[in-house]
Design a protein around this ligand. Structure first.
Ligand SMILES: [Fe+2]
Length: 433
């Protein structure tokens, strides 16, 4: 076996450990009552996420890759995300907190043993380059972000804390021009990329302008103050209907604070920070803001071209700053800070065309429906993404402050319903050349 394979094995083990540390932090921050509670009909009880993470690890790593005996075959049905809606999971005979912790630890022991024996350098596609392990690392980190969103919806005093994000030495504003022409979208070479990011393909994108930073709290407040929520001209028909039915007047978690606005973030209510990206807005609100500003949301292809296309070489980078994996000076990722950073706080993470903070801070709504790329093939299971393809979901790009570096890339695609705003969503605008 090569040292390269051994290095990969060490990296996989370290990533599994890092994900578990975060899961433990998120689930030990609250008491048993909070772990089993339904904090929102949109979210699972935290104790469900915990055991579900273990169950997926058991299904893929212990049983499939390892060919081992089941740890708990009897609970598969309880933790199958397609069998029970999030709002119904609290009523299921779930493992309690102690049982869930014991279960995930048992599974992890076996998964690490499977890793020790797995042939990462050859054989099954599922195992090659450690893909199945990478998929499980990303799955756990994705649920950690989901659990962080549940924390944001939990009532009561704060239990999470983190350092404030860095401040920019100069605030980034304005637009960048992205010249027209083809670029390579998606990937066929990134080892842990998921099926919906594949394959790499050429897309012709006409020239366009894109905001160099995400729309800020101050800019969004100006839209509200200008009566944006009361003027159907800026809203699509379904958007306006939703705005009326849901009684939307501002981003989730915002409240009036004298003449300004305050936001509640993980149990702390503070005045909004003007230069930070707005967060917790839905697709319809983002689209309405863009129309009011005389712009539009970028398409998914435009977003990815702005993030990855290098005009000097014509090739697409892994990340806006290059091919190097994210480090803390590139982007606000991984719950290092519990909020997005102000526009311009990560100059080292800018794209060649000077577009900032595409990775990290806030998930960015695009105008695109979620579809498979030409040549798409579901792998390793249809339920990862194919069953969600269609007009019901809009694509989000770039990850948030709550997304781990292992679970986001220049090609990474997230999707959600246009009315959703419990995830850490913001946006930037674009316009035709
Ligand atoms: Fe899951």
């Amino acid at each position: 076996m090569t040292t390269e394979t051994e290095r990969l094995r060490d990296r996989v083990a370290a990533e599994l450990l890092r994900a578990r540390d975060r899961t433990v932090r998120l689930t030990e921050a609250v008491d048993e009552g909070d772990l089993v509670a339904q904090h929102s009909p949109l979210m699972s009880p935290l104790v469900w996420d915990l055991a579900h993470v273990g169950n997926q690890e058991e299904l893929w790593l212990v049983r499939d890759v390892g060919g081992r005996e089941p740890v708990r075959r009897d609970i598969d049905e309880l933790y199958d995300a397609f069998k029970h809606a999030r709002r119904d999971r609290r009523a299921l005979p779930l493992l309690n907190a102690a049982e869930a912790r014991r279960y995930v630890a048992q599974v992890r022991d076996k998964a690490l043993d499977v890793l020790d024996h797995a042939r990462l350098d050859q054989g099954r596609r599922l195992v090659a380059d450690g893909f199945a392990f990478g998929m499980i690392v990303q799955h756990e980190q994705q649920h950690d972000e989901t659990m962080l969103a549940t924390h944001q919806l939990r009532a009561g005093p704060p239990v999470l804390s983190a350092a404030a994000p860095p401040s920019p030495s100069s605030v980034v504003t304005g637009e960048a021009f992205v010249p027209g022409g083809p670029f390579t979208m998606g990937t066929s070479t990134e080892a842990w990329a998921l099926d919906n990011e594949r394959p790499a393909h050429q897309v012709l994108v006409p020239g366009f302008h894109i905001d160099r930073a995400a729309v800020t709290n101050a800019a969004y407040a100006a839209f509200i103050d200008a009566g944006g929520y009361d003027d159907p001209r800026w809203w699509s028909t379904p958007g306006w209907n939703h705005r009326q039915e849901a009684g939307l007047v501002a981003p989730a978690h915002w409240q009036r604070d004298g003449r300004g606005w305050a936001a509640t973030t993980f149990g702390r209510t503070e005045p909004i920070v003007p230069d930070e990206p707005v967060v917790h807005v839905g697709f319809h609100e983002a689209s309405a803001y863009a129309a009011w500003a005389g712009k539009r949301l970028p398409t998914e292809a435009e977003w990815e071209k702005a993030a990855r296309w290098d005009p000097a070489t014509g090739r697409s980078r892994r990340y806006p700053w290059g091919d190097e994996s994210p480090s803390p000076h590139h982007a606000n990722l991984g719950q290092q800070h519990l909020r997005p950073a102000a526009a311009g706080a990560f100059p080292a993470g800018a794209s060649p065309l000077g577009v900032h903070q595409l990775i990290g801070d806030v998930w960015e709504w695009t105008s695109s429906d979620f579809h498979g790329y030409p040549g798409f093939a579901a792998f390793p299971y249809r339920e990862y993404s194919e069953v969600f393809f269609g007009p019901d979901y809009k694509v989000l790009r770039g990850g948030s402050f709550g997304t781990d570096r292992s679970a986001v890339r220049g090609t990474f695609r997230n999707w959600d319903y246009p009315i959703r705003r419990q995830i850490f969503t913001g946006f930037r605008c674009a316009r035709d050349a």
